[in-house]
Design a binder for this molecule. Sequence first.
Ligand code: PMP
Length: 334
Amino acid sequence: MTTPRYHGVEAHVGRTPLIRLRRLSELTRCEILGKAEWMNPGGSVKDRAALGIIADAEASGRLRPGSTIIEGTAGNTGIGLTILGHAKGYPVVIVIPENQSPEKITLLRTLGAEVRTVPEAPYKNPANYNRVAQRLAEENGWFWANQFDNTANRQAHHRTTGPEIWEQTQGEVTAFVAAVGTGGTLAGTTAYLKERNPRIHAVCADPYGAAMWSWFTRGNLDTNDGDSYAEGIGQMRVTKNLEGLTVDQAYRIEDQLALSIVYQLLREEGLFLGLSSGINLGGALRLALERGPGQTIVTILCDSGHKYQSKLFNPDWLAAHGLDPSRTIESVLD
Ligand code: PMP
């Protein structure tokens, strides 16, 4: 049989463009570059992890034809697992806390996932949505994707995101910056880039209200004060995907800086992004200013602004939450 020339959507995850962010680059006299992850089929960086987790489970025999995939997730991983699971013939069940926005629940149902809502409960409590997903998997013989502690997640970034960045910059990359949700993107990409060149700087950009800055700079999870409206990031524990990872630098990024960057890109560069992309770019900007001109800094443009229209791009919501889209990047930095 000849190798097929054309492929379905599952073959078109990754290989995203690397986009020059003009204003940030000019401001710092660095090259600040973003991987356009919203261009993935499910619209986010999480398609890479979803596909990697599915492929790994197929290879190990944990996922067989007709099996069901289950995951506890409120966001992009659920979207990625649903579209890629369906493209490969697996039904998908998503368990999500009932306090999540109705748009997300409706979206997952529209995509064809079976969505089960559960009351909000902390991780320690067996009623927590992730623990429910694990229990349902055990009871029904389903495959639990377990994105936080399944290291097929970070391996997907080691296999794809890292090599793409290395090739797209022809080895010129000097730093990689990412925020942490599961930690798969930061850990997997960093591991690959450091194998190619150990001098590449690995940088965590952490939102307020998370503990990763404290973890990377002090070795404890104590500092997690403040708050952030960025969705999909903001980790309080060392997941299996983060185990063994050290970074060269970590920054705490204020939502206002991330928002000012997101709005500047929208108004002047034709890019419509979510707030976690702004947090990543805030980290890239701080690194560029701290280490000076001449660096080639790569980060992740995780998803597009569409899902956040009623919040980040709604003037009433912004005003009610003390965020000002008219503030310039320079004024926030001062
Ligand atoms: N940004 C967004 C919008 C996300 O949904 C996620 C994943 N939860 C991340 C960033 C962080 O990616 P990772 O899980 O690989 O740390």
